[in-house]
Design a binder for this molecule. Structure first.
Ligand code: FAD
Ligand code: DHB
Length: 394
């Protein structure tokens, strides 16, 4: 079987799905290939924080109706250390900007439903996906779908297949530069059936390690604990998780964590990673396929959105005027934001986690940075500006 869309998109995560919508709004035809089933994609628990610009884009595209009904707008976050909470008033410090708590898999459900309703093509359960001739003007993607061998010929390939995808390897090693860092800790993430313990997210630094209190709905809460990245989730009983959360979040005024049954738990490793360039010939990488940030700054999903917004604009200019100038500078355009997010995520991570081999000096540096961030309006404003997200064309 043969298919011939303008753009072949590999991966139905936030990057691939939003790109297919942005292209459709410019009259550009695409096909999305996804190796997992629709049910698996819609059930994978990941990020929860949407930047101001991400929210505006989804709303402007007509994709934000459920998000605006069910999501929660937050105007601040809390930094907690030495048993005390300190509010960072995001909205006050950023000229009225805010963030939205709306889970990534709910965004994906909305994007998939809207795309299929509009007649868009998303092929789930695609296997053996291979890229061909990416340096030519007629690149191709070969894959198996419903037991048929399919050959997709297109003008451009968007590699939106995440960190473990196949697209990145199509950029020859000789032209790649990879910058990366692994961290000596991971996050244990849980979903708990309980009412919210606080109105805003809590990022807590403690002697015992980092803890984060986030939310999903009035009945369901999301929390994270710094842990050994090699640890097995089976080593953590629900009682241990609750005890550790309570110990790391304890305050001098006896704040109480509201608890309930833990319905999901897993451990994720943390890394920073960037590949340059993000393009080669007619292949353009977007999202986690090109870069990874540790989750502390809540930037991963939002960076994927910014990449595909640039890519869609560049492709729109190509199809309307045959101009390649935005395509040529795609990597350069994306990397300014990518490296800003890399720095912010590394900075938040370094300030808030306990490093296993850290000495007294390192810990005093962290305390001083936390103290400065909550006491100086200028330092707090810098955190807030990065957290709510810089403008797309920054
Ligand atoms: P992905 O969401 O990874 O989507 C890629 C898609 O491509 C997947 O559906 C995958 O199945 C598909 N695919 C892979 N290989 C192939 C192939 N060969 N052929 C076809 N399809 C393929 N960010 C935050 O901001 N906060 C968080 O709390 C947070 N938690 C995370 C937890 C985990 C376990 C992970 C992995 C990431 C987390 N992130 C978090 C990061 C955030 O979820 C990602 O940055 C975001 O999903 C990136 O979107 P993407 O579309 O680029 O990639
Ligand atoms: C969530 C995840 C993050 O990485 C973060 O910094 C804040 C919130 C969440 O899953 O809700």
């Amino acid at each position: 079987m043969k298919m011939r869309p303008h753009v072949g998109i590999i991966g139905a995560g936030p990057a691939g799905l939003l790109l297919s919508h942005l292209l459709a709004s410019e009259g550009i035809d695409s096909v999305v290939l996804e190796s997992r089933s629709r049910a698996e994609v819609e059930a994978t628990i990941r990020a929860g924080v949407l930047e101001h610009g991400t929210v505006d884009l989804l709303r402007d595209m007509g994709l934000g109706e459920r998000m605006q009904r069910e999501g929660a707008v937050h105007h601040g976050i809390e930094l907690r250390f030495d048993g005390e909470g300190h509010r960072i008033p995001l909205t006050e410090l950023t000229n009225g900007r805010s963030i939205m708590i709306y889970p990534q898999h709910e965004v994906l459900k909305d994007l998939i439903a809207a795309r299929l309703e509009q007649g868009g093509r998303i092929l789930f359960n695609a296997s053996d996906v291979r890229l061909a001739d990416v340096a030519s003007s007629q690149p191709g993607i070969h894959f198996v779908h419903e037991e048929q061998q399919v050959e997709l010929q297109c003008d451009f390939i968007a590699g939106c297949d995440g960190f473990h995808g196949v697209s990145r390897a199509a950029i020859p090693a000789a032209v790649q530069t990879v910058s990366s860092r692994t961290y000596p800790f991971g996050w244990l993430g849980i979903l708990m059936q309980a009412p919210p313990s606080a109105e805003e997210l809590i990022y807590a630094y403690s002697e015992r390690g980092f803890a984060l209190v986030s939310t999903r709905s009035p009945e369901l809460q999301r929390m994270y604990l710094q842990c050994d990245p090699q640890d097995e989730i089976a080593n953590w009983s629900d009682e241990m998780i609750l005890e550790e959360l309570q110990a790391r979040l304890a305050t001098t005024d006896h704040w109480q964590l509201r608890v309930g049954p833990i319905i999901q738990k897993s451990i994720l490793a943390m890394r920073s990673f960037v590949i340059e360039p993000m393009q080669y010939g007619r292949l353009f990488l977007a999202g986690d396929a090109a870069h990874i940030v540790p989750p502390t700054g809540a930037k991963g999903l939002n960076l994927a959105v910014a990449d595909v917004r640039h890519l869609a604009r560049a492709l729109a200019l190509f199809y309307s005027n045959q101009q390649t100038e935005l395509l040529e500078v795609y990597t350069q355009t994306c990397l300014r934001r990518v490296w800003r997010a890399e720095h912010f995520s590394w900075w938040m991570t370094s300030m808030l986690h306990r490093f296993p081999d850290d000495d007294a000096f390192g810990q005093r540096m962290q305390r001083s940075q936390l103290d400065y961030t909550v006491r100086s309006p200028v330092a707090a404003a810098s955190l807030a500006e990065n957290y709510v997200g810089l403008p797309f064309d920054w």
